[in-house]
Every structure is written in C-alpha cells, then in structure tokens.
Design a protein around this ligand. Structure first.
Ligand code: ZN
Ligand code: ZN
Length: 363
C-alpha cells in the first residue's frame, strides 16, 4: 500500500535528521501519510510518528471510522467529557522520549500547545521540509488524479466563461464555476476568483457584487478538489472589443506562459523557469508589473513545494506538478494572468490544463 511506504520513508528521514517524533493534525500531510483524515474540527486529533512506531490520538466519535480506514494503526480515543490530555499522555508514554519534535505546519495551534504541554520537547521544528521530500514526487496514480482534476477545471472554466455577460456580478460568474465543479463530483471548491475590470489589478481579488460591463477584462482563477487532488486554472474573458493596450499585455503574458512551459524538463531549476517568464515580460516592458512568482506546486494542497520563483535553485525532477502563471497588473485599470498546470515528465513537461489559451472575446 502506498501509504505504508510513505510512513516508512518519513521514518527514514526522521532517523537521518535526528527527529524523535513527528506530529500531524488532520491536514493534507495526514491524508498523504494515511490516505485518510478524520473530519477536522477543534477536537484534538494527532497522528504521532516515531522512528519505529506510529499511533494516533483521535476523538472517540471518529474512532470507528478511522479504524476502518487505517488498517491496524494503534488508536487512542478520547471522549468529549474527558478532554484529550489523558489520551495524549497515554499515547506519548508508549513512544520513545520526544526530545526533537517535528510538527505539521498546517495543524491547529492549540493542538501544538497541548502537545508541548504533554511532551515538553527540547527542540521543535516544522515537519514541512521532510514531507516535501515525499510529496513533491508524484506517483503515476497521483499524476492521473491531478490530470482528472484538471479536466474538471477546464469544464468549470467553460461554465464560468459562458456566464460572463454585461449586468451579471462577479459572484454569479464564480457560482457558475462552483456549480460545475460540484455537479462533476468535486468534494470541495477551493477558490473561485472572478476579478473584473479594475479589480483585475488585485492578484487575489475576492469576487464581489461588481456588475460586469462592456469593455471589461475579466480574470477567472478557479480550483477545486477531486479525490483529494487540487486543480488551479486561470483564463481571461473580454466583454466587447479589446483595446490594443490590453491585447499587447495579453500577448506578452501568453508568450511568457508558453516559453516558461516549454522550458520545463528534468534538470532545469525552478529559478530558470521563473527566469524565462520574467525575461519575456521584461523584454515586453512589463518587468515592474509582474509582481509575483511564476508558480507553485500543486497536489493535495493548492500551494505546496516546489516554488517556481527567482532564487530557488531546486532542480526539477520527473513527477513534480506545479503551476505556470505569469501575470501583469495595472493599478486602477486591469490585470492579465494565464495559468496552466505542468507535470515534469521523463524528458520534458506535460500540460494538464486543456483549456484553449486564446482570449475569450464576447461581444
Ligand atoms: Zn490560480
Ligand atoms: Zn495558482
């Protein structure tokens, strides 16, 4: 089973780095390690991994379901009326002393406080780098899962583009994408960002009640979770006749997107892919308007390593999945971003995003 192998590999990294105990909440990390997470809420739920033992502290109401999914993993359940501390102490008593603790950066802060009280480690560090060494390399099954999620995002993008017309709000366009995702079986819609006209100049605009109007450039950036794996795509719609100033920016961003995608292959660094996109936009005179990194890894989370950015000398390897999303932003006027999801193959890069790159023009 893939998840048993993942736990063993994590334990090997822990031994290498002198980490006695790694603790995970019900996050993407736990899902990766167990192929399952109980429902996350305020109740303490911790997967405790020692170099040669694993156990889990779980709220009793989720214990049976967790047992059914975790194949013999030792579970220590606690009831609401008792609180989690006794169960947590009991779990730690069964493990070697946790002098050096690695913690899940995405788990709740109060879980960490409980853990520190019960285990009093001498040292604590983020578990993220060890998990990144595992999670960055997608198996064939993971690549297929991400590819299916990308196909679903293509369909949701079509629904959103179809919904764009004068008089409709950003939120209504966002809902069209959300509905398409859910009807196709997404278990969660992660974000539906619709930024019209001047709102497009905010890279992370929150879709609101602005009415679309003739002359609007509309950035649509959407993503969802399909069987755990995330999608992320950005395309643009224009209402009416796009002015040449806009088209120039669009063509430059598209060229940056294409060139950066063409640069993807094993052996190049994340920095180099970013550089290709940045140089293209610099040559077109847009250097100062490209205000973010070129991309981010994608998998069980929307943002995860590898980070495709200047200064990251990490070498890209087969199985890595990440976005290529150059963009330019003109305050008060408009923005342009075009985003695809690439997977590094044996000899190059494969684009999981299938949606056409041409501007969608609606007159
Ligand atoms: Zn995106
Ligand atoms: Zn993205």
């Amino acid at each position: 089973m893939e998840s048993e192998d993942r736990l063993k590999r994590l334990q090997a990294y822990m031994a290498e780095e002198g980490v006695d105990l790694a603790a995970f909440g019900p996050t993407a990390n736990m899902r990766y390690l167990l192929d399952f997470t109980p429902h996350p809420d305020e109740r303490l739920c911790l997967l405790l991994v020692a170099q040669e033992a694993v156990c889990m502290v779980v709220p009793s109401l989720n214990a049976e379901q967790t047992a059914a999914h975790t194949h013999g993993l030792e579970l220590i359940a606690w009831k609401d009326a008792d609180g989690p501390m006794q169960a947590l102490r009991q779990a730690l008593d069964g493990l070697p002393e946790a002098r050096c603790l690695a913690v899940d950066g995405a788990m709740r802060a109060d879980f960490l406080l409980h853990l520190q009280e019960a285990a009093s480690p001498q040292e604590a560090q983020p578990a993220g780098p060890m998990l990144a060494r595992l999670r960055q390399y997608k198996s064939a099954a993971e690549v297929e899962a991400a590819a299916r999620a990308a196909v679903q995002a293509d369909q949701a993008m079509q629904a959103a583009a179809d919904a764009c017309q004068p008089g409709v709000t950003e939120a209504q366009v966002a809902w069209a994408a959300e509905e398409a995702f859910r009807l196709d079986g997404a278990e969660e819609v992660c974000f539906t960002l619709v930024a019209s006209g001047p709102n497009g100049a905010y890279p992370h605009h929150h879709s609101g009640d602005r009415l679309l109007q003739d002359g609007d450039a509309i950035i649509i950036d959407i993503g969802a979770s399909l069987r755990g794996y995330k999608s992320d795509i950005t395309r643009m719609v224009f209402l009416g006749r796009p002015p040449s100033e806009f088209m120039q920016a669009y063509e430059a961003v598209l060229e940056a997107n294409k060139r950066a995608r063409a640069a993807v292959r094993p052996g190049v660094t994340a920095h180099q892919v970013d550089r290709v996109a940045r140089q293209t936009l610099e040559a077109a005179g847009y250097a100062e308007y490209f205000v973010h990194r070129t991309g981010h890894g994608l998998g069980l989370e929307v943002h995860e390593p590898p980070w495709i950015m200047a200064g990251n000398e990490q070498v890209l390897e087969e199985g890595m999945i990440f976005s290529v999303e150059p963009g330019v932003y003109f305050p008060g006027r408009f923005g342009v971003r075009i985003e695809d999801i690439m997977v590094v193959t044996e000899s190059g890069g494969r684009n999981l995003t299938g949606f056409d790159h041409q501007l969608v023009i609606k007159r």
